[in-house]
Design a protein around this ligand. Structure first.
Ligand code: ZN
Length: 474
């Protein structure tokens, strides 16, 4: 299957090259992209499509019909095209459509593809096309929601711990099929908002059987699965009288003993059960969750089991999460809201991506991380949703872009790069996050002439069509 997407007013490639605009975005105006079997095979100016790819004959006059052909959501029309534009030409594709094919389609359509060497032409109508978003941080396998908690927080009532506990209870109570059905809804939700690659973490099971279930279910919908057994210490450990000992329950010493005992489980039986389904290990290195020492145990055990490292760090206050992530060569350290100069310097000197999650600060009314400071220091920044029922129940990267531009000091170009190429780096992926030959054909057509509209028109559904590996998914 070969598809030429053409008449793209502004193509964001994330592949800077001579003659392309806007630094890392590598913008091509009046562009075209050729997709073959789900992979990008050619990118350039529409007017060059013919000479750069001799088998494609490009005729601007036929574009209106091209739009109807593949861009159509009318199944009958699409089926018609596949039947009329695929003659097998023994002479190498130079033969015009034969009489038979022409009879089935319109004469204008036959005129559009005289060589019949592409199966479809898509007309982007002068709109912008960008790489599919790469959401490198979500927690999408869970039961229930916490709308009441959100409403209480927005009404000014203090956040009360126990929020995660309610999600853990609802998740444990849900059947596989219930969680699977929920995931399917989220996947659709991601696609219609332009996200074509997404990571999913476990972390609401917190028992061997439930964590295994969550990574296994996540693996059914994405390759980017993260084992986050070290999300929080589950209540059955916190409340276990064995750890209260002489200090009494609720003391810091008792909490530390409970956390240590839970980490023993995480790095042992739980990791053994989860690692086969996961690509990554993560730990919530934060006061109230896991100390840097406990996090290190989890991350090193995960690495020894063949998993890549990600870290939740420096979300609620300063701490050792960022430096631990850098020291261990983590692909990403996520949140990065409270950083000192040494944290920023360590990130800048490393390959660890700083992944910022503005949905969290938005939904908890906390100060945003300073993205400008990070970029100016030379840190690689990604934007992700952190979609989860407690602190950020948005799956929209266009929303995150708008917030990052409005409140975190990013330019529209930087925010788009961070949510595509930056996300890909955070997942150590080279096949997504850019539109270049060899990349997976993950493309988003915006109902806008420019990527700037993503931040300029916040809240407006600008995603018009989405291709994942060349398949139209929204
Ligand atoms: Zn998270």
């Amino acid at each position: 299957m070969r598809t030429l997407i053409t008449n793209i007013g502004e193509l964001v490639t994330n592949d800077p090259a001579p003659g392309r605009e806007d630094g890392p975005l590598g913008i091509v105006r009046d562009a075209a992209v050729l997709v073959e079997d789900g992979v990008v095979t050619w990118v350039g100016r529409a007017a060059d499509a013919s000479s750069a790819h001799p088998s494609v004959e490009f005729r601007p006059s036929g574009l209106a019909q091209g739009a109807k052909i593949d861009g159509s959501r009318d199944a009958s029309e699409r089926a018609d095209v596949s039947g009329t534009t695929r003659p097998e030409s023994p002479s190498g594709g130079e033969r015009p459509l034969g009489r038979t094919q022409r009879a089935e389609g319109s004469s204008a359509r036959a005129d559009l593809l005289p060589n019949a060497v592409v199966d479809a032409v898509v007309d982007a109508g002068g709109r912008a096309v960008i790489p599919g978003f790469v959401d490198s941080h979500t927690h999408l396998v869970f039961g229930g929601d916490r709308a009441d908690e959100f409403a209480a927080r927005m009404a000014g009532r203090a956040y009360e711990a126990g929020g995660i506990r309610s999600t853990v209870a609802a998740t444990r109570a849900a059947t596989d099929d219930e969680l699977r059905a929920r995931l399917a809804v989220f996947v659709t939700e991601l696609h219609v908002q332009g996200t074509t690659t997404f990571e999913i973490k476990s972390g609401y099971g917190l028992s061997v059987a439930d964590e295994e279930r969550l990574v296994r279910l996540a693996r059914e919908v994405t390759d980017e699965v993260t084992f986050l057994g070290a999300h929080v210490v589950p209540f059955e450990f916190r409340e276990d009288p064995r750890f209260a000992a002489a200090d009494g329950a609720g003391t810091p010493e008792a909490a530390a003993r409970a956390a240590d005992a839970y980490v023993d489980l995480v790095v042992g039986e739980m990791l053994d059960a989860c690692a086969p389904h996961a690509r990554w290990v993560d730990a919530f290195c934060e006061r109230g969750a896991f100390t840097p020492e406990q996090s290190r145990r989890v991350l090193e055990a995960g690495a020894a089991a063949g998993l890549g490292i990600r870290v939740h760090g420096n979300q609620l206050g300063p701490g050792g999460g960022v430096r631990l992530a850098v020291e261990l060569g983590a692909a990403s350290v996520d949140h990065c809201t409270y950083l000192d100069d040494a944290d920023v310097a360590a990130l800048a000197a490393s390959d660890t991506v700083a992944t910022l999650l503005p949905g969290v600060e938005f939904s908890t009314r906390q100060p945003y991380p300073d993205a400008r400071r990070l970029i100016d220091a030379g840190v690689t920044v990604a934007l992700a949703s952190d979609c989860n029922p407690g602190s950020s129940f948005t799956s929209s990267l266009p929303f995150c872009i708008a917030v990052a531009v409005r409140d975190m000091g990013l330019t529209p170009a930087e925010a788009l790069w961070a949510s595509t190429a930056g996300g890909a780096l955070a997942l150590r992926r080279t096949d997504v996050g850019a539109i270049r030959p060899g990349a997976r054909a993950d493309l988003v057509e915006l109902d806008a002439p420019s990527h700037v509209h993503l931040a300029y028109r916040p809240g407006v559904p600008l995603v018009r069509r989405v291709w994942a590996a060349g398949e139209l998914v929204a």
